[in-house]
Design a protein around this ligand. Structure first.
Ligand SMILES: Cc1cc2nc3c(=O)[nH]c(=O)nc-3n(C[C@H](O)[C@H](O)[C@H](O)COP(=O)(O)O)c2cc1C
Length: 370
């Protein structure tokens, strides 16, 4: 294929893959697309390791990074030291009570403290910390930086452009996309409400053309609900110049998810992707589980704001649940396309499958106009 985004990065197909898993990033880029590594929850040391590994395996193909540059956490530096105090006791007790009642063994206090400590040391809370991570990434041959939360700060755009690195940001509303354009983004990612992870409520079908028109002539990637070629065709038909996918890679052979979660994803239907604050404190599409259900019941506490709810789930919930592989309690961010993820195939097969179906869609459309 050939369009502005293919030219921008020298890629064969405008399929962009968001993943926290380095193997997925490498495989998508090697298959002709563009892998983008999610850096959330990485310590500086781990980030260096992951990027060195990518550089050694990606055959010189382009790749990017995705950074959580949290404008809303900017005052939160001191949370690092006060977290125990800031997570109210009744919330901890609620989660403990749920898991105790389900017979899921508790964590020894010492281990829990260690998990909290490690988690906090891996999270970048302030723009300065996030920028330090970006500085590490810029020592590597990255070609793209995507900002996940809000518009990228001018310092980031300037530093990236000075090195020939492109910058993009995610938008769930047209006005956010326009702000990204005004900040100097090279393209915008329009994320529909069916997407996995943090998302708004406007569906891709409505949002994509709205954003394409709002920021024209800036290129736009369509995200949210893309797992197959006909969905790529829809994004292109609606004016996008490519797609950005996250959920589709989760059950792939290269994904590092535990087999039990992959199996749950494969068995799930579209309705099992629920929009909830229970896991991170922000509206997030995730796999329905006994944990997310518990927050829907009358009398359940209102989830804490981010990042406290995330810490609560991670330190008290997730580790306990995953340790004993308590199937019904396992959850993971995933979008509505979860209903069509049917088998564990390789990332390369997924990319080629998408392209094949896209070409089929093009032919079918052409035939209609003969
Ligand atoms: C498991 C998972 C984790 C995610 N984490 C992030 C993240 O850290 N940063 C980010 O920009 N987007 C994140 N996202 C959202 C993706 O970037 C992307 O917008 C979304 O997956 C696209 O919709 P889809 O899931 O229907 O493909 C995540 C998505 C998933 C599925």
């Amino acid at each position: 294929m050939n369009n502005r985004l293919c030219e921008m990065f020298g890629i064969d197909v405008p399929i962009f893959a968001f993943s926290h898993c380095r193997d997925v990033v490498v495989e998508v880029s090697r298959a002709g697309g563009m892998g983008v590594l999610g850096m959330a929850r990485m310590s500086p040391r781990r980030l260096r390791e992951e990027l060195r590994w990518i550089d050694a395996h990606i055959d010189g193909r382009p790749y990017g990074i995705d950074v959580l540059m949290p404008s809303t956490y900017s005052e939160a530096g001191e949370l690092k030291f006060d977290m125990e105090r800031l997570v109210p006791h009744e919330h901890v007790e609620f989660v403990r009570g749920l898991l105790d009642a389900a017979g899921i063994p508790p964590l020894p206090q010492e281990e829990r403290d260690e998990i909290v400590h490690n988690l906090l040391s891996e999270l970048s809370f302030t723009p300065a910390e996030s920028m330090a991570m970006v500085d590490i990434a810029m020592e590597h041959p990255i070609k793209l930086i995507v900002n996940a939360l809000g518009s990228p700060p001018p310092a980031l755009v300037e530093a990236a452009h000075a090195r020939g690195i492109k910058v993009a940001a995610m938008a769930g509303k047209a006005k956010h996309a326009q702000r990204h354009r005004d900040r100097g983004c090279d393209f915008v990612i329009a994320v529909g409400g069916e997407a996995g992870g943090h998302t708004g409520t406007i569906s891709s079908m409505v949002l994509w053309p709205e954003i394409v028109d709002a920021v024209a002539p800036l290129p736009v990637l369509g995200a949210g609900g893309v797992a197959r070629g006909r969905q790529v065709a829809a994004a292109l038909a609606l004016g996008c110049e490519g797609v950005w996918c996250g959920s589709v890679w989760l059950p792939s052979a290269q994904s590092e998810l535990m087999p039990e979660i992959k199996q749950r994803l494969i068995e799930a239907s579209a309705e099992d992707s629920v929009h909830t604050r229970a896991v991170t404190g922000k509206p997030c599409r995730t796999l329905r589980s006994a944990f997310t259900d518990a927050y829907e019941r009358p009398g359940a506490p209102t989830p804490l704001p981010a990042p406290l709810q995330n810490l609560l789930w991670w330190a008290e919930g997730r580790t306990r649940v995953e340790r004993v592989r308590a199937r019904e309690w396992l959850t993971y961010p995933v979008g509505q396309v979860v209903g069509s993820l049917t088998a564990t195939s390789s990332v390369r097969d997924i990319v080629y499958g998408m392209m094949e179906e896209l070409l089929g869609a093009r032919e079918r459309l052409n035939d209609m106009f003969d």
